[in-house]
Design a protein around this ligand. Structure first.
Ligand SMILES: O=c1ccn([C@H]2C[C@H](O)[C@@H](CO)O2)c(=O)[nH]1
Ligand SMILES: [Zn+2]
Length: 133
């Protein structure tokens, strides 16, 4: 599974977004170190504070399936943004803990703009306790 394929998986996941309030659909695809892909989309709610982003949906699905922090190689995220999508602060915090600081993060949009970054670069100075310590 290369970067291009993972971005395509994120795009497919985006089509499952439940976003009747914002109408802003986001998809994510999380590649595990052992080659499995978990998908996520944003899932909104009439009680707006309960909206869950695509990034966290994918990470939570992988954890619920038995994967552990540090088991992941790459997280790809896609939305219909001008430039590569920018994950929200809540997701940056979850990405750094469940994905580990070194997780590769591929941010993209429907036009094909791509930014390759890392969990730690997305959240400088993060509050982080190593879950494996
Ligand atoms: O990186 C992002 C940015 C936003 N959203 C969702 C949250 C909400 O459902 C909608 C508008 O913010 O997009 C994501 O899923 N991921
Ligand atoms: Zn978010």
């Amino acid at each position: 599974m290369d970067q291009q394929q993972l971005m395509q998986e994120a795009k497919t996941a985006r089509q499952k977004a439940y976003a009747p309030y914002s109408r802003f659909q986001v998809g994510a695809a999380l590649l595990t170190r052992d080659g499995k892909v978990f998908h996520g989309c944003n899932v909104e709610n009439a009680s707006y504070g309960l909206c869950n982003c695509a990034e966290r949906t994918a990470l939570f699905a992988a954890i619920a399936a038995g994967y552990k922090p540090g088991d992941f190689a790459t997280l790809a995220v896609v939305g219909d943004t001008d430039g590569p999508i920018a994950p929200c602060g809540a997701c940056r915090q979850v990405i750094i803990e469940l994905g580990s600081p070194t997780l590769e993060v591929v941010l993209t949009n429907l036009k094909g703009d791509v930014e390759v970054t890392s969990a730690s670069a997305l959240l400088p100075g993060a509050f982080y306790l190593d879950p494996n310590a």
